[in-house]
Ligand binder design. Structure first.
Ligand code: GLY
Length: 355
């Protein structure tokens, strides 16, 4: 994977090798305090040793491990983490480092944002999903009562260090998990990136660091215009209204779907709704369908009413209505689009017929 320079970047995000980044300087500010590193078993095994042997300040860091997977975005796990921080007498001058994928940064950011009304945290995303989405943009959260990200806050990380070298430790399904978000970023904002992604066959071999950086820049550009999701930022949720409901459905089964996989299926359904409601051309829908079905197997629960019910808790809803972000064209997305059950049903039945 090609290297990226440090120029032209948002000051809170650095993209490039972590060893030559401002990370060690930032750590210096915490030499007199305590540092904890949150990992899951995968990043404990693949990433932690590099971090603590490269940066002397981290040799004495407390390591806190949670099980990998969405199930860790849970209040009981938060309680355990707050317990650990309290036992170690962590305070506002101490530091939490979230070393992992989307689950680790969502969970660690939430735990840090609430503990003692907020302690500083740094995100070191190690997965494509974490780099492109979860670890940037200040959102954190956990799932609650079967609903995705039901509890959470907008709290910025002190800094996020994106080093694509971590990606070499990823299994193929994790590449796919993040790739879905990159496809989404291109569909809502950058038709040229979409055209480039269409040419990619083997993601882990062909995706370039420049394309990952473009994905991060797209998210940053959108978040900078609307940090608290009052309007434009909602377009980052294309595919997520239905995708989150599908993800929540499968989380309760013995065959959970990854976030990216659920979002890919959500994008297919929401692209169909875009065809019906927001002006997407049939040829663009056909292309989206081909890309999604080429990369992701189609899982759709037969009970569409249950999916509709799960969608009732989506954070974009207003006045009891489902509001989605839908495509007007490739590279252009409209937010606050009212979708009725009959329209959802039509899209759902059409996509289910593809199975
Ligand atoms: N993941 C969507 C957002 O950060 O707004």
């Amino acid at each position: 994977m090609d290297a990226i320079s440090f120029s032209d970047q948002s000051p809170s995000i650095e993209i490039g090798p972590i060893s030559t980044s401002s990370f060690p300087n930032l750590l210096k500010g915490y030499e007199q305090g305590k540092i904890a590193i949150l990992v899951d078993e995968n990043t404990h095994y693949h990433c932690l040793e590099f971090l603590i042997t490269t940066f002397d300040t981290l040799r004495e860091a407390e390591i806190i491990e949670v099980p990998s997977g969405e199930q860790s975005k849970d209040l009981a796990i938060c309680t355990q983490l707050w317990h650990s921080l309290t036992e170690s007498n962590f305070g506002r001058h101490d530091l939490l480092i979230n070393l992992g994928g989307g689950v680790v940064s969502d969970l660690g950011g939430f735990v840090a944002s609430v503990y003692k009304r907020g302690i500083p945290f740094i995100n070191v995303p190690t997965s494509l999903l974490g780099m492109l989405d979860a670890a940037i943009g200040s959102k954190n959260g956990i799932d609650f009562l079967g609903f995705k990200n039901q509890l959470g806050s907008f709290t910025p990380a002190l800094r996020t260090f994106v080093d694509v070298n971590w990606l070499h430790t990823l299994p193929q399904k994790e590449w796919l998990n993040g790739y879905a978000e990159l496809l989404k970023h291109s569909l809502i904002y950058d038709a040229i990136l979409w055209e480039e992604l269409l040419l990619i066959d083997t993601i882990e071999k062909e995706l370039t660091a420049a394309q990952i950086k473009r994905g991060i820049d797209i998210k940053n550009e959108i978040v900078a215009q609307d940090p608290l999701e009052k309007g434009l930022r909602k377009i980052l949720n294309f595919g997520h209204t239905i995708g989150h409901a599908i993800e929540a459905y499968y989380l309760e089964t013995d065959k959970p779907l990854s976030h990216g996989h659920a979002v890919a299926i959500g994008m297919l359904l929401e692209a169909h709704l875009s065809l019906q409601l927001s002006g997407l051309q049939l040829s663009d829908f056909q292309q989206i369908k081909e890309v999604v079905l080429n990369k992701f197997s189609l899982h759709l629960p037969s009970d569409k009413s249950l999916i509709w019910q799960l969608m009732q808790h989506d954070k974009k809803n207003r006045e009891g209505q489902i509001r989605m972000s839908l495509l007007a064209a490739v590279g252009e997305c409209k937010f606050d689009q009212h979708v009725k059950f009959v329209e959802f049903e039509q899209a759902y039945d059409s996509i289910a017929a593809l199975k």
